[in-house]
Write a protein that binds this ligand. Structure first.
Ligand code: ADP
Ligand code: GLC
Length: 489
């Protein structure tokens, strides 16, 4: 089985969030299990410096409406486990920023990802590939199943290839003004209606993927159920419910080659569950880095690393922050996003010097330092398709306090409600007081050293390695192939 995996973000080449982590790690694990998988992604400005001695392996052009764009396909040299193809079109991708610059989305994002999607299909022929599966991720590559359905009748190569569409976040659908439809080049009669790309008078790229792919997946079992309801479906719940038979939730994994306190080169001192001295050294270093009160060594330190957006429940944290500051805990935040939250956390750092450390930046090293150096990790998400940072903190013995939604509900169980196997603290209601209640319970547990040690050990023993999920994807690829063959008969 040959698989072509397309994504707009792949670690370590370009990243804005968990999509990159997943698209960097999953293909490697599929390959280790014997899948013949290649990855294709755009060549952004920031990608260039991370690419070692690239070679141009194909050149062609793609059209978007009345415009034609010259494309080069570059491959990186080296002994990578997974062949990587970079779609180069400098006019579209050689910019500061991946989707936006200075907080404003690029006005031609529809064109950029129409061209990327067209290029993914064209490179199969150009590079002599005949995939059995095309695995697409999020709206940026979600037009591909529609393009394939449209072209399949005239193209035997596409006719036998099954498509799998993975949704990492329903809130980002790639919705554009109706004029963008013409740029897709799809025939109006077949594709411009509510059963296809049309969405309340606009063009919806993600919907194209959901409707046309052979199988649809999302990144946790709970989120797979949630997105078929009006609360989490972001207007596409009906469309998803109609595909319930072909919709699967496969939990993301954690890449323990990168997120492991025993081997992590980015933290002050490595440690494992048998010897936690290193964790104390990491805490001391973190307290120093954020110029916090050294007395916090004897008090609990709570960490948070996130895009600062409504999804992540920062309004709940705002609501509960005064209450949190009445406890003994310190707080460290790393994130970038909406100005409202930048202002809030800047204010909190000024109001509570020595107690609250804030870094409004994207900083991978700081992310590792916080995951290692804190005692607790908070994620009060309003919704969370999967969430990776709670899995990372578990491995570092940093106990998660999370809202029980989506993938958070699938990975963290409350240790008071489930004393035998709980690995953190959870709350249900989307309110600041419910969050504060969970944090207060966690801080009380921290004070009982023996209970806390047992909990930390249990957290560190949790295993979310990619192997299990990669196997589930391979099974799903087989199902998609069978389905495709069944349809062909
Ligand atoms: P999402 O994809 O919704 O942002 P995830 O928990 O799936 O949430 O993944 C977030 C990823 O992005 C993690 O690898 C996390 O460490 C990283 N991350 C988020 N914000 C920052 C930041 N400001 N600096 C460094 N890494 C960050
Ligand atoms: C999205 C989701 C996050 C998930 C990530 C990777 O960005 O918000 O919950 O972990 O994708 O699938």
């Amino acid at each position: 089985m040959q698989i072509l995996f397309a994504s707009s973000e792949v670690e370590p080449f370009a990243k804005t969030g968990g999509l990159a982590d997943v698209c960097g790690a999953l293909p490697r694990h599929v390959a280790r299990l014997g899948g013949r998988i290649s990855v294709v992604t755009p060549l952004y400005r920031e990608t260039r410096s991370r690419l070692h001695a690239p070679v141009c392996t194909a050149e062609f052009s793609v059209t978007a409406g009345t415009r034609t764009f010259a494309i080069q396909v570059l491959t990186g040299r080296g002994d990578a486990e997974v062949p990587l193809y970079f779609v180069r079109c400098d006019e579209l991708f050689d910019r500061d920023g991946i989707y936006e610059s200075g907080g404003a989305a690029f006005a031609d994002n529809h064109l950029r990802f129409i061209c990327f999607s067209r290029a993914v299909i064209a490179l199969c022929r150009a590079c002599g590939m005949q995939p059995d599966i095309m695995h697409l991720n999020d709206w940026q590559s979600a037009l591909i199943p529609a393009f394939m359905r449209n072209q399949a009748a005239h193209d035997p190569l596409l006719h036998r290839c099954a498509t799998v569409m993975t949704i990492h976040n329903m809130a980002y659908q790639g919705i554009f003004a109706p004029e963008a439809f013409d740029a897709t080049g799809l025939p109006r009669a077949a594709f411009w209606h509510p059963g296809q790309l049309e969405f309340w008078g606009q063009v919806n790229f993600l919907k194209a993927g959901i409707v046309n792919a052979d199988m649809v997946t999302t990144v946790s079992p709970t989120y797979a159920r949630e997105i078929t309801t009006p609360e989490c479906g972001c207007g596409l719940d009906g469309v998803l419910a109609a595909r319930a038979h072909d919709l699967a939730g496969i939990l993301n994994g954690a890449d323990y080659a990168v997120w492991n306190p025993e081997t992590d080169p980015l933290i002050r001192q490595r440690y494992g569950s048998g010897d936690l001295a290193g964790k104390q050294a990491c805490k001391r270093a973190l307290i120093g880095r954020f110029s916090l009160d050294p007395e916090l060594m004897e008090r609990p330190l709570i960490g948070c690393i996130s895009r600062l957006v409504d999804q992540k429940g920062f309004d709940l944290l705002e609501e509960s922050f005064d209450g949190l500051m009445e406890t003994a805990a310190g707080f460290v935040l790393l994130g970038t996003g909406e100005k409202r939250y930048h202002d809030f956390f800047t204010r909190m750092a000024a109001q509570h010097p020595g107690r609250v450390g804030v870094l409004l930046a994207y900083d991978n090293t700081a992310a590792h330092e916080i995951v290692a150096g804190c005692d607790l990790f908070v994620m009060p998400s309003r919704y969370e398709p999967c969430g990776l940072t709670q899995m990372y903190s578990l491995r570092y013995g940093t106990v998660p306090v999370v809202r029980a939604t989506g993938g958070l509900a699938d990975t963290v169980r409350d240790c008071e409600r489930d004393p035998a196997s709980g690995n953190g603290f959870t709350f249900e209601d989307c309110t600041g007081s419910a969050l504060l209640d969970a944090l207060t319970r966690a801080l009380a547990c921290w004070r009982s050293k023996e209970r806390w040690q047992t909990l930390m050990q249990r957290c560190m023993a949790c295993d979310f390695s990619w192997d299990v999920s990669a196997r589930a994807y391979l099974d799903l690829y087989r199902r998609a192939c069978d389905k495709k063959r069944g349809l062909e008969k």
